[in-house]
Unconditional design. Sequence first.
Length: 300
Amino acid sequence: MVWVDQIIEGILLGGYYALLACGLSFMFGVMRIINLAHGDLAVLGAFLVFAVANAFDLSPFVALIVVLPVMAVVGWALCRGVLERSLRAGMLVPLLSTFGLAIAIENILFEVWGADTRSLAPMIDTLAYDSWSISEDLSIGRLALLIFALAVVLLGGLHFFLARTPTGRAIRAVAEDADTAELVGINSRAVYGLAAGIAVATVGLAGTLLAMRATFDPYSGPMQLIFAFEAVVIGGIGSLWGTLAGGIVLGIAQNIGAQFHPQGFLLGGHLVFLAILGGRIAISAYSGRRIARRAPAPRL
């Protein structure tokens, strides 16, 4: 029963990782950019919700309604001011630009709020620790289940939006080929700005849920970036439902690893990530060699 409990907890934890990785996967799928400031933007969202809730004595869920549009505007401004311009210079420049942005966000958060560790758990009353008892040895946390449900709803909503709405089809067209999309009247700049806004709003939501389930400080972003990146790679870059699957695999691996060693929580996830990444590289290399062998010899 202990292993069943750990697997269930890992699945629910995977919901948080999927929520965290959703924006990273979405932005790469549309703009082909790996945003190294992703984790720090999550922490920025957590600090904004904390500040609004604390200043006006609001529930974090109410403060989130105010902060999410702000995060969407931050994403749009980030796209127009940094990502669009750096993308014109090649694939490496956006990495350097977002790396610099991550450092800037960390230092701004430190200057404004200091290095103290904070949490939104005291502001959500018993939701932070309440659980439903399934049996004597098995219980499910209410907050963890809420986060998992939000992940499924968000990913399902984004999937429906991309598949069934005109704006979603425009985003898919630009993601496939921006130049061709421009020929049929789609404004790729507007699409990029919208995609960045959606991505940053989702990571702001993930940062708020991080603050509810754990603690955070100005330098919590890099670890969240690592978790998001591992979930995206495990599930397949650019795939929304794959991101959910990747988050679940990562969460289960971490929980099982923690049963063998205190440091196994992180090590288990990293080992699964490296194994899957190595397997995909090996399969890709093998497929490339087979294609090369089948190709006809050039005629002289």
